[in-house]
Design a protein around this ligand. Sequence first.
Ligand code: MEV
Length: 406
Amino acid sequence: MTSRLPGFYELPLSERLRVAGQFAGLDDNETRPLGEFGALTPELTDVFIENAVGTFSLPLGVATNFLINGDDVLIPMAVEETSVLAAASHGAKLARAGGGFTCTATDPVMTGQIQLFVNEFTDDDRKALESSRANLIAWANRGHDSLIARGGGAREIEWRWIPGISSVIVHLHVDTRDAMGANIVNTMCERLAPMLAELLCCDTGLRILTNLTERRLAKATCVVPKEAFESRDYRGPEVVDRIVKAWEFAWHDIYRATTNNKGIMNGIDPVLIATGNDWRAIEAGAHAWTARGGTYRPMAKWGKDAGGNLTGELELPMAVGTVGGVTKLHPTARAALRLMGTPDARQLAGICCAVGLAQNLSALRALASEGIQRGHMGLHQKNLELMAARGPRVANAVAGSGAGES
Ligand code: MEV
């Protein structure tokens, strides 16, 4: 059989599922899980993506103990990995002992790039761009009345010359308010491109947003009192020192930094998924931001204050939306946002950083003391016992899956 299936996208969803199942020789029992809908309907699923046959279910949990800017918040997280929810809740509990997380976010400014092919970037070109700034911004904003009414819109234009590709790269900065804003920015870039081409008498190349949204940052900080780390086996100040040393390891070693940052995204991605946000965009931006000095670094910073307490900070590009797109249409995403008290985009960005920081704190605390396997395998064992109580077939499936490893 061939995977070349002309007209596949035009088939009704149930028929696509039948064709795909037949292609792989699946029986009805094997095909059924591919065509489940959970909180979605076939109609909605078909609206989201092309060639849809069903939906994929992930466990959705609620992380506890989060105190963010003085407010108690429950955090919905969609994730398959054992111990992520427990670790987030534990990190939040540690931070809570010092007053929780303080979160801030910049204005939600996204950036679009327009590539202009020119043999050289002359003073006349620069002057032409300079004198057209206001017109260009006004032109980008045309047709975006509701965004402008909400206080958003194109704000600024910059450019830089990249000789290696004979290109002037124009950056358009747009305040997209509570929208993630990819569509708004891409539409504006495509609209501006012909005007810019005429201005510099040149061809245009790409017109697309950058996911390195360095003007759309969110930050979370926390101070954990050293006493919060006291345990039967470890003294609090010792754990603080060991966590700072663990962070230094990541600062000096890219292999450790990568795993450290995976742990941070363990916290952030599940919140993004639960709220219908584009986690690939945030991942790309977060890793690029972390490497902006030319070396890949740990995303968060950990240190010690004058009193010997642990201080933590995580700042990342955080282009999240709370209106429009999946966030609006997906009933689970809508409910997840309601569960968090309907944050706006800047608040959600701060929450994501707080969860990332909590996750990192919990991982570093465990790694720097007893190691992660005790808690991890404990949870895995608990899952196995629960499964065994529900039936041997399920328990065997879990035991053989390596669930709980990372
Ligand atoms: C596992 O998913 C994440 C950790 O490896 C993160 C870390 O090492 O910091 C525990």
